[in-house]
Design a protein around this ligand. Sequence first.
Ligand SMILES: [Zn+2]
Length: 689
Amino acid sequence: MSDAAALDNPLLKPWATPFETPPFEDIAPDHFLPAFERAFADHTAEIAAITHDPAAPDFDNTITALERSGKLLSKVASVFYDLVSAHSSPELLEIDKEVSLRMARHWNPIQMNAVLFGRAAALYHDRASLRLTGEQLRLLERTYTRFHRSGAGLDEKAKKRMAEINERLAHLGTAFGHHLLADEQEWFMELGENDFDGLPASFVAAAKAAAEERGMPGKAIVTTSRSSMETFLKSSARRDLREKAYKAFVARGDNGNANDNNATIIEILALREESAKILGYPTFAAYRLEDSMAKTPEAVRSLLERVWKPARARALADRNALQALVAQEGGNFTLAPWDWRYYAEKLRQAKANFDDAAIKPYLALDNMIAAAFDCATRLFGVTFSERKDVPVWHPDVRVWEVKDKAGKHKALFYGDYFARASKRSGAWMTSLRDQQKLDGEVAPLIVNVCNFAKGADGEPSLLSPDDARTLFHEFGHGLHGMLSDVTYPSLSGTSVFTDFVELPSQLYEHWQEQPQVLREFARHYQTGEPLPDDLVKRFLTARKFNQGFATVEFVSSALIDLEFHTQPASASRDVRAFERRELDKIGMPAEISLRHRPQQFGHIFSGDHYASGYYSYMWSEVMDADAFGAFEEAGDIFDAATAKRLHDDIYSSGGSRDPEAAYVAFRGREPEPDALLRRRGLVDVPEAA
Ligand SMILES: [Zn+2]
């Protein structure tokens, strides 16, 4: 690229925006490839300077130099991936294919660089005599381990094969995600005049908005977004339509069309197994879990089985109750998977006399945002004020400036809350810039993306209880990024083990369901009335309801993930047969399906981040239930001393400490799973056939 072109590329210029944020209005898709090109070249030169350094390796010329390298690359990549996920276009998705390939090609020689590894290894072996700070020691250990685990110590032939495998895996992971997105975008079910039986007004409004967005004004559609689908399955009285919708939902990525993911999965599993064996591990799971808090597949299986048994028993007991309800209503059919949510909701309404529609008017999005902010202020002293002068990637995105107790700038927080066709499904936290202070303070730019339904006709967006929980969850991740207080960028914020990363997010959900918080912030959007006490009580009772189902859905998915990565890849040549076999083995109730069938399991196949790591949510849940207990024991959900420990040991320490040590420092002991089983109502479950 010529220098003139570089000058025109906003990704390569200093950003003259408030807080030096990405100038989204100026960035166009065709800026990315040239910017990546330049970023790769810069990074390669920085790495070469380290490997060609004639001086003997020391912490500064090797480890710190590595931390300083790749700034432009992370700058360009974080903007790019934010857009690809939250506001994509066919053009960006096409570029993404090229970028993922180039990323793998760029990173492979760095991660497998024998000279870098040699320098890091020499320092690692001398670590006791280097007089490092705790954070520096942790950084050295992490850097050494990363090189070791990516194969930097292998011979050339093995390295070459590893590079091929990684490149292919990067391609397959991207393809998996694109297939899924395409299947999700293609499918919708139009609701005819007589198809609205049982659907709440908020759902109808969202269904109309979704149709409008797809160029069908005046119509209403069900889409495969989880919130559209789950609300529909829960409330539609039309069994035939529920069946149709459900079948489409669980068939995503498994339709035998151009978006089919079965072959992709088979190839991914074979390549992961091969790479684990090259690195000297018996299975991919063994390789993967060595670098986690859990450490071994056996430890993971043991936790999951401990939860599976009571969860399954609870689900079977619940199933019998649902079948009885079907009979009671004169239904002459056996409960099917598309009936579960519908009858569970009826039973919940009967038992807790509660339905989501009753509480939604109290859960306006803005009120829940205010609640999430307020809890953070009370716990950690941070304050939030909205900024209208920061560029965003879509007009719906809002930005807040975050200040610490002393009024000093701490972070920016971007909230992108509404569903749209250009956004992938789900909810997530990401960052446009991570906190660090290697060469002066760098304040983080933290992003939350959700898929809430927009309010129709000028009405505010009203959240379901699950949506409100999601908002707190992602905001908990957000705090992990915003409160980060580490020196080195690679240890910043959420750069922690996968089975630790859900602790700050899941823990934060606890505050959302506290009566004290609900009474203050859950106010009726029209009258301003606080959520009545009676409704709070029923809401909290309802939360425990159907936990057998939710736990079975989750744990079965986590077990399938573990089996995919512990059994030989040859065992899963027929993905559907593998799925059936494994579900039979654990006695999966026929009326419940996996939360993520393999062909939709983006967590483990669209990239390898959660591969043999889906259990992490449950691992973290053991910790979050146990951790919130510290506040309960203190008798105050905002107890200052407990909150300070939580801030210092968990939310601000990023990856700068060993997670187990950090947890023990906060809690005074190891986590115990009893609080989780109690919270999910899975103790003292009656026997059921
Ligand atoms: Zn999360």
